[in-house]
Design a protein around this ligand. Structure first.
Ligand code: DSN
Length: 419
């Protein structure tokens, strides 16, 4: 029957062509978006498997649908591996994303109107931690903490705000804060005001997995994360805790609280990512991610670029373009024309709106996955500085063309998926 045999190219040539073009784009450029990575062939096989057809609700051993034997095996393996990888006593691998994982935590511990203390979006926080347009900001009473003049998290101000507002939930972590966070300090503040402590480790979960970053799991009540950033896995979220007494509350918050059926092919691919992250090869990779991010930051600083906090303890770093009077939007467009993909990002007290911004966020996870090392990331730092400086000198077209040619030479030595 043609339904089961005809390939994408013949059924839908437009989508086929766009997918081929995207694979080429990933192959031919250098990916510096901190929330992206390049998954393994094994992960692609898991996410593209006929498990996509299966519907289940509930949890392994307690489903609302039949035929769940293999789904149960897969989800149980994913849960066991997540707990083993992070030394947790509870894991939920069903959240469709990090934002869904965070929403489930809100549902588990709060009712609308309760107060939440989290990092301000402009200081590096995340939309789902209480930003105004997000459900977390619309339904809860959110107060924020930020960073000091050097860009480091202001713990004293955070503690003072907690004492003044007695939040029910305190969140540590974000999506553009480059430094390691003092989880013990957050714990003592949460205990002093009787708050639940949530750590969102989406941007450095891979480093935590191999001991290259402070571990929030033994300290926080709940930890959320995604599998697709430096964990190098499929797009999706998960929840961990060292407290097995929270299992019922968190499970029912995910299903039926904020989600229905499970995306089982994604759960299978998450299980693959957790397995891969327990390998010596992944430890080598994670060390490379950190070394490369630090080399990139050091090169940019050496070239006179303003890097928030002067460096990084994570796979990401943020450039402040205000001293150059450039915007993040213009700089990311210029870099893209040179074969380097990054995202514009707000910086603390940013005068520009979110679609323009005064910053650029860079990450080393995807480049490291294709084999780039410190020498290559040092070169990338020089290319970024060259492009940004050329925006000031009016030589952007020739500089971007020269860098594009050099990027072509580099990526041809580090191939990704064969087309
Ligand atoms: N959390 C967003 C980011 O950091 O880019 C999406 O994953």
């Amino acid at each position: 029957m043609r339904h089961f045999t005809a390939g994408l190219q013949s059924v839908d040539p437009e989508i086929f062509a766009a997918l081929e073009a995207e694979t080429s784009r990933q192959r031919d450029g250098i990916e510096l978006i901190a929330s992206e990575n390049l998954v393994s062939r094994a992960t692609l096989e898991a996410i593209g498997s006929p498990m996509v057809n299966k519907t289940v609700e509930g949890y392994p051993g307690g489903r609302y649908y039949g035929g769940a034997e293999h789904a149960d095996r897969i989800e149980s393996l994913a849960i066991e591996r997540a707990m083993q990888l992070f030394g947790a006593r509870y894991a939920n691998v069903q959240p469709h994303s990090g934002s869904q994982a965070n929403l489930a935590v809100f549902l588990a511990f709060l009712t609308p109107g309760d107060s939440v203390l989290s990092m301000d979006l402009s200081a590096g926080g995340h939309l789902s931690h209480g930003a105004g347009p997000n459900i977390s900001g619309r339904w809860f009473d959110v107060v924020s903490y930020g960073v000091d003049g050097d860009g480091f998290l202001d713990y004293d101000a955070m503690a003072a705000t907690a004492r003044a507002t007695s939040p029910k939930l305190i969140i540590a972590g974000g999506s553009a804060y480059p430094r390691a966070i003092d989880f013990e300090r957050f714990r003592s503040v949460a205990d002093a005001v009787g708050a639940t402590l949530l750590v969102d480790m989406a941007h450095w979960a891979g480093l935590v997995a191999v001991g290259l970053h402070p571990d929030p799991v033994p300290v926080a009540d709940v930890v959320t994360a995604t599998t697709y950033k430096n964990l190098r896995g499929v797009r999706g979220g998960f929840i961990l805790s060292h407290r097995d007494d929270l299992a019922r509350k968190l499970n029912s918050a995910v299903f039926p609280g904020v989600q229905g059926s499970v995306i089982l092919n994604s759960v299978a691919a998450k299980a693959v990512a957790f397995k891969e992250a327990m390998s010596p090869e992944f430890e080598h990779y994670a060390n490379g991610v950190l070394d490369n991010a630090r080399a990139l930051a050091a090169t940019l600083v050496e070239r006179g670029t303003t890097v928030l906090t002067g460096g990084t303890d994570t796979p990401l770093l943020v450039i402040d373009l205000r001293p150059l009077a450039l915007t993040g939007a213009a700089a990311s467009d210029a870099l893209e024309s040179a074969g380097l993909t990054a995202n514009k990002n707000g910086v603390p007290d940013d005068p520009q709106p979110p679609k323009i911004t005064s910053g650029l966020r860079l990450g080393s996870s995807a480049g490291t996955a294709r084999g780039l090392g410190v020498a290559e990331f040092t070169q990338i730092g020089h290319w970024i500085a060259d492009v940004v400086e050329s925006m000031k000198s009016g030589s952007i077209e020739s500089v971007a063309a020269r860098v594009r040619g050099e990027v072509d030479g580099l990526v041809s030595r580090f191939p990704i998926y064969s087309v």
